[in-house]
Write a new protein. Structure first.
Ligand SMILES: Cc1cc2nc3c(=O)[nH]c(=O)nc-3n(C[C@H](O)[C@H](O)[C@H](O)COP(=O)(O)O)c2cc1C
Length: 191
């Protein structure tokens, strides 16, 4: 079972989120590879062989970063022959605003996966921090559903942001994708 976490991070915050996704996806029998889009040329074979692809980008100007969009565009040959059809897909994004238009990015990532004929796995968590009993320490404190959201204060580095709740939310997504891929794979069904 192979899972690739493909991400871009301009200043390191989304890399922290990507590492948390990879940690969560690292179940027994699962090989997880973190792939920065800068290194994509050496990783296409791994992506093609993977059962699940998890996409992550910072939210820049209400969309994915230009570097991540360049990766998306570079997959058009694979789209044309639907080489990634039926792989599991999921997504995450990080930005400075609590909202910051992160949903627009998750929508774009999910549509990207749909164009490839993939099977999208959402976060699968109820919202945290949305009642008087809630706390910013809650999982899914940003109340995303389509994927994992994280928020990083704009004046601190990746050693401080995104905070633990968002890192654990990211790990939850990674674990959920790995579990879904294990259920979905024909090899797992035969076992
Ligand atoms: C060009 C640019 C555009 C940005 N646009 C947004 C935005 O639309 N919404 C938001 O909340 N934050 C925005 N930010 C803040 C980043 O999303 C935030 O700093 C994030 O943590 C950067 O992640 P990174 O360190 O992985 O690059 C923007 C930052 C940059 C550099």
């Amino acid at each position: 079972m192979k899972i690739a976490v493909i991400y871009h991070s301009g200043y390191g915050h989304t890399r922290v989120q990507a590492e948390a996704v990879a940690r969560g996806a690292s179940l027994p029998g699962v090989e997880v590879r973190l792939v920065a889009v800068e290194d994509i040329e050496a990783q296409w074979d791994f992506l093609d062989a993977a059962q699940a692809l998890i996409f992550g980008t910072p939210t820049y100007m209400a969309g994915p970063s230009a570097a991540f969009k360049a990766f998306m565009d570079a997959t058009s040959g694979r789209w044309a022959d639907q080489r990634w059809k039926d792989k599991i897909g999921a997504g995450f994004t990080n930005s400075a605003g609590m909202n910051g238009d992160k949903l627009a990015v998750l929508q774009m990532l999910s549509l990207f996966a749909m164009q490839h004929g993939m099977v999208w796995v959402g976060l699968g968590l109820l919202p945290g921090n949305h009642t008087s009993q809630g706390s910013p320490e809650d999982l899914n404190r940003l109340a995303g559903f389509l994927g994992a959201m994280a928020q990083s204060n704009a004046d601190v580095g990746p050693e401080q942001a995104p905070p633990r709740a968002d890192r654990e939310t990211a790990a939850h997504l990674g674990r959920r994708v790995a579990e879904a891929a294990l259920r979905w794979s024909p090899d797992a069904r035969a076992a």
